[in-house]
Design a protein around this ligand. Sequence first.
Ligand SMILES: Cc1ncc(COP(=O)(O)O)c(C=O)c1O
Length: 477
Amino acid sequence: MDESLLEKAFLTKDFEQLGKDVLAEISGHLERTTKGIQSKTLAWNPPENELDFWRGFLTDGNQADFFKEILNRTTHTHHPKYVGHQVGVTAPLTVLTGMLSNLLNNGMAVYEMGMSPNAIERIVIEKLGEKFGFGSNAGGFLTSGGTLANLTALLSARKAKVTHDVWNEGHTAPLGILVCEEAHYCVDRAAKIMGLGEQGIVKIPAKANFAMDTEQLEPLYKESLSKGIEIFAIVGSAPSTATGAYDDLKTIAQFAKKYGLWFHVDGAHGGAAIYSKKYGYLLDGAQEADSIVIDGHKMMLMPTITTALLFRDRKHAEHTFSQKADYLLDDTTEDEWYNSGRRTFECTKTMMCLHWFALLKFYGDQLFDQYVTRQYDLAQDFAGMIEDHPNFELATEPMSNILCFRYINPELKNEELNDSNARIRQVLLEDGEYYLVQTKLRGKLYLRTTLMNPFTTAEHLNQLLEKIVKTASNILG
Ligand SMILES: Cc1ncc(COP(=O)(O)O)c(C=O)c1O
């Protein structure tokens, strides 16, 4: 390798200059997007064209344009007309903590490769445990995403509850979990990865409002037992993904207690409501959970990926993975909170705790209270507008900041309405002013919004409805 290139890659002066330029570019982007000065949330480009652009850029593009082009060619969650997926609108402070994490690259698996982040992560988890009213035995860690955290929690549940030693002996009897049919697909995937099979994922039907129909728990649980399936866990969604409906966690907690099941709460999206004085009640019952997942990169203004997995009893976090990696870890049974790799799926992970800790230090819990409360309030206002509008209907009353609705027209049958709404969404995507998504619920296609952006106002949403009406009339002629 050319040594001079290696030296060049580490030149502090070049880095400082480029860093100043990029930071100015990023700050400009923040100003243009958050204030809505920029007209679009995304400049749509079909996949093949995008591929061609970047192929060309690698060979002929101007290096100085790299950062600008990335900004031009991505979806701007900071724009108030971004009302699409459940992707966090990052607080600018976390751009800086991300930089620090990338620079230091302390992977945290063992204490000496991450002294500060291991200590900081413990504090973040302690604070979260306090919020949920967990006692002094609580513990947990940060990990790479809600999907991985749900899988880890179910592995912990299996280790804690199943009567035989699956880790070492494999499955010697059929096992299962209970979960609402509306839960995020990653729960299903986790169960499949764990070898539970289709019969081991006992789907509890949802009620009209898309939350778990808890009346069906008892009969379906007993039916599984009668088939010889050992049910070891029940998962509550807080909320589920498509419609944002919170399951009745109190009733689920009672059920789990009655049958000695592990109670896991998937709060990847809305576990952050625990910070909201107004909406914290949605998590009533989560205090009884054995484990809870919360994504910082959804409703807590943090970057991808920052997920907390909290345990009521930290010994379960310690025992999930008992494989040995002697070159890294001693085989002691002590509570070695400072060796992160003992408890996590990852060996190496990013210093994601820096984002969480910095937001707590600079702004405190109140930031999350203000943010969650504002976004959930806004969804209520938006629902009111939709209900008052003759051209729209709601899928269900929103319980969070996720809201599904669709354009309606009395002259159209359901299939035609589905087609019209899909075409409306495609026109809006290619237009790029607003970004929203779509989902199919019980045979009906809905436009789906998640009100993630703290700068979105009722006026933006009113204009969105008007734009949809105009788009529909263009499509339908
Ligand atoms: C309820 C719920 N659980 C889990 C996940 C998966 O989380 P992640 O995207 O962090 O893997 C999502 C993602 O949308 C979700 O909504």
